[in-house]
Structures are given as C-alpha cells and as structure tokens.
Design a binder for this molecule. Structure first.
Ligand code: ATP
Ligand code: MG
Length: 466
C-alpha cells in the first residue's frame, strides 16, 4: 500500500481496491494510510456508502463532495454534485468529464488521496463513474482507494459485475485482508502488559471467540474491561477467570451486552438511531425519540464514550463508529417496533422542505406505508434525470410491485411498467418485454386503447431489435 501511495504521490495515480470481511480492518488500514498521505502533503477526500437503505445514485461521490465542502481552496465541484445534493444531469458524458476536470484541478498543485468506503453498498452509477475515472488516474498524483466487503458482493451486484473490468482497465492493485493469526492477536493485546501465562489465556480466548476478526476481538476486549475481568492494577494488568464468563457466541450479543450496560435510557434511543441510519441527524433523532436536547446530548456522551458513536465536527449529526454495531442494534429491535419507528422517521422527514426521496421511500417501505410508491417514483425520476438508469429501473419496478392489486391504480401501474421497460430495454430486453406484457394486460383492463397500442408498438420494436 505504501508503494502504491508513493507511486501516486510521485505523479502516477493508482487505484487500490481493499477487500475483506466485515470488521477485518479495511477502514482502519485506509485511515492509517490517509494519515501517511497527509504527511506526504496529500489532501484527503472521503465518500461513504451506507447500508440498510436505498443507495441514492452517485451516493459515495455525493457524500464525498458534501463532506469536503469546507476544505480550503478546493476546485468547484461538478455542478450536478454541488453541495452534496444530486441535481439533474443533462448529459452523463459531460458529468464524467466534469469529474475528471475536478480531479485534474484538485491534483494540479498537491497530490491527493480519495477514499471511497464500503463499495459493496454502492449504486450502479457510482461504480460506472469509478470505472470511468480508473484509466485516467495515471495522469494525476492521486491515490484512489476503495474498500468493500468481499463476502457481500452478490453475483448481480454492480461492483462484482464490473470488478474484473475495473481492475484491468485501471491496472488496479487488489489487496484482501485476512483474519488475524495468533501472533497478531498477541500484538493486539501487548500494550496491556499481562503476565505471560495470562497473555496466553487471553490470546486463546480471543482466538476461540473472535475467530481472528479484529472487530470482534476489540469488542470482546472492551467487554472484558467493562466487566473488570481485564483491568489495570498497581503492578500491571490482571486477567480474571475467563472460564466463568458466559461468552455470547454471536457478535450481536456482545454488542447487546455492551449497550445494555449503558442503561435503558441510552439503549432505546440508540436503537432508534440505528433505524434512522448510519449517519444520524440530531434534530431528526430528538424528534423521533421524543428527547429534548439535553437528554439527547447525555445519550450521545454515553455512546461516544463507549465507542459506539462518533460526533461529527459540525455538531449537527453523529455517526455509528462501525456499521456492524448499527446492524446489531437494528437486529435487536423486534420487527413490529422497527416498523413503528420507520413510520415515525418517515413522518418527520415528510414535514421537511426537501426530503431525500431515496431515504424517505426506504422508511415508508419498511413501515409498510402505502405512500412508499410515490416516493419511489420520485427517487426513480431523480435517478433517471441523473442518468442512473439501473437505479431508476429498480425504483420504478419496486413502485409498480407495491401497486399490484391496489384499487384504482392500474393505470399508474401500467405507466410505470411502460417506463420501466424503456429504462431496461438495453440492459435486460427480456425483462423489458415481460414488463410490457404486464402493461398490456393493464391497459386492456383500464380500457385505454391508446395506451394499449403504445405498449404493443413498443413491444414489437423490442422484439424486432432484441
Ligand atoms: N490492525 C488492527 N489492529 C488492531 N485493531 C484493529 C486492526 N484493524 C482493525 N482493528 C479494530 O477492528 C475494528 C474494526 O475495523 P474496521 O472498522 O477497520 O473494519 P472494516 O474492515 O472497515 O469493517 P466494515 O466492513 O464493517 O466496514 C476497529 O474498530 C479496530 O478497533
Ligand atoms: Mg469499514
């Protein structure tokens, strides 16, 4: 990784793809490298993808531009991404050219490192843009570092489909992180100067229960410290009787236990925060959790202290330190309650002036709210305007499915299926024809001969070309 960074800083940009299972240390390594990059004079820009939500088109890129707004002397961002909100894209090639222009200007005087985090949650358009940028990197002093959970790339995932081409075209460097071996576990606990025998016991315990995963290992260590089984004494550290610890085999139980020790007044708001998202705006959180500012800040203090949350610098939002923590908290809420909270989040978002359509649609969907389809269509419209056709198709397909069997919505469903078929006519012609078959039946049912004819005509065209 250092060699890659040095090559990039010297002027020949590189793409590095850092893979591995959840909690294996990708973010930690990426952040360490970023610090070294800063020491070498690099500017660092970071964009995240988030889970448990509908990823908006160009999600990590938008996050990157939103997060770097306050950096001094940054070149103007591409117009469609300015301020971190996606504006209409009139021409995809022009947008990609603007991103290239941005990267060239960014690196005109100083080298840079761009970190794109958790690409296994990325949308198609983001991966397309990455693939477009890849082959140009060698012209700039820029290291583009992307992390992803290799085991979460299903076969149909946008990243897994484009992965080979991405690596080949950009001459990218791949690194897969593996589980910690015994000597690495020993190094992990070395600063707690234990007696040799205790150290052996602790290493054996971690090896058995954390399976070499550093996230599990550090969570277990924190649990042991909180239970005072591992503690600092006057003459070094001491380790209690580990056999008597009831070891939860699942990480979820480890995290549940830690959160439970913070008390119910913290546990419940944290679970609500997990329903809101990986990134939690404080205003939204306080409204959904019905907590005043002081009570919420107490929760934040406790959770930051326990390394569950990080406070963002601007003071308006917090972020879960680790996605696994959020996943465990989310899973700990029973589905009926989760649904109520998604509904509450959606209601609050609905009262805001310009709600994020993907986020709102997601919460309405999870709440089983019939209005979800309208926001899926809005999200689809926006994605289509941004040339993110596959995301647009995905949203319209879900919206059409939600309208299946809803009284009085046959015409709308027919139109959605027709639009869907237009969007996927190149990527999935057979699917497009299937959508048109359904649209044809619906047009007949609502008795609209013009719509029926249009559907037929388009179907004929597709059959002719496909
Ligand atoms: N090399 C390491 N030495 C010690 N601890 C580590 C190391 N790498 C990771 N950790 C610990 O493991 C935790 C999880 O690591 P990290 O967040 O980097 O995982 P990740 O691979 O990014 O996971 P995810 O796919 O969920 O984002 C960190 O909070 C850190 O405490
Ligand atoms: Mg990570």
């Amino acid at each position: 990784m250092r060699t890659e960074l040095a090559t990039a800083v010297a002027g020949q940009g590189r793409l590095v793809l850092l893979g591995g299972e959840a909690g294996i240390g990708k973010t930690t390594l990426a952040r360490d490298l970023s610090r070294e990059a800063v020491a070498l004079g690099c500017r660092v820009l970071i964009g995240h993808c988030y889970d448990l939500t509908n990823p908006p088109p160009y999600g990590p890129w938008l996050d990157l531009f939103e997060g770097s707004q306050s950096l001094p002397a940054l070149p103007a961002p591409p117009a469609a991404f300015a301020g971190g909100a996606l504006a209409a894209v009139t021409d995809q090639a022009a947008l990609f050219a603007e991103v290239r222009r941005f990267l060239a200007e960014l690196t005109a005087n100083d080298p840079a490192l761009i970190l794109l985090e958790d690409l296994h949650w990325a949308d198609q358009a983001s991966v397309d843009l990455l693939r477009h940028v890849g082959p140009h990197l060698r012209h700039w002093p820029l290291l583009l570092l992307a992390t992803y959970r290799a085991d979460e790339l299903s076969r149909g995932h946008p990243l897994s489909r484009q992965f080979p081409a991405l690596v080949r075209e950009a001459d990218g460097f791949r690194l897969d992180l593996r589980r910690l071996a015994v000597d690495a576990l020993r190094a992990l606990i070395s600063e707690r100067r234990l007696a040799r025998q205790d150290e052996d016991r602790l290493v054996a315990y971690l090896e058995r229960h954390a399976e070499g995963n550093p996230f599990f290992a550090t969570e277990l260590l924190r649990t042991l410290e909180e239970k005072e089984l591992l503690r600092r004494t006057e003459n070094g550290w001491s380790l209690g009787e580990l056999d008597r610890v009831l070891v939860p085999s699942l990480l979820r139980q480890v995290i549940d236990g830690r959160v439970a020790r913070l008390g119910e007044t913290t546990r419940q708001p944290l679970a609500i925060a997990a329903v809101i998202g990986q990134e939690v705006p404080l205003a939204l959180w306080s409204e959904v959790a019905e907590l005043d500012e002081q009570a919420l800040l107490d929760v934040v203090d406790g959770a930051v202290e326990a390394h569950l949350l990080d406070a963002e610098r601007d003071g308006t939002r917090v972020r879960f330190v680790h996605a696994l923590t959020r996943e465990a908290l989310y899973e700990s809420v029973l589905p009926p309650r989760r649904r109520t909270w998604h509904q509450l989040v959606a209601e609050v978002l609905l009262t805001s002036t310009d709600p994020e359509p993907d986020a709102l649609a997601f919460h309405l969907q999870e709440a089983g709210d019939p209005r979800a389809w309208e926001w899926l269509v809005k999200a689809g419209d926006r994605a289509q305007r941004a040339y993110a056709w596959l995301t647009a198709a995905e949203r319209l397909r879900t919206a059409a499915a939600l309208l299946d069997g809803v009284a009085g919505k046959d015409r709308m469903r027919c139109q959605l299926l027709y639009r869907l078929s237009r969007l996927q006519r190149f990527s999935d012609p057979a699917g497009a024809i299937g959508a048109l078959d359904e649209a044809g039946l619906l047009a007949a049912r609502v008795g609209d001969p013009v719509l029926a004819a249009e559907v037929q005509w388009h179907r004929g065209n597709l059959l002719f070309y496909a």
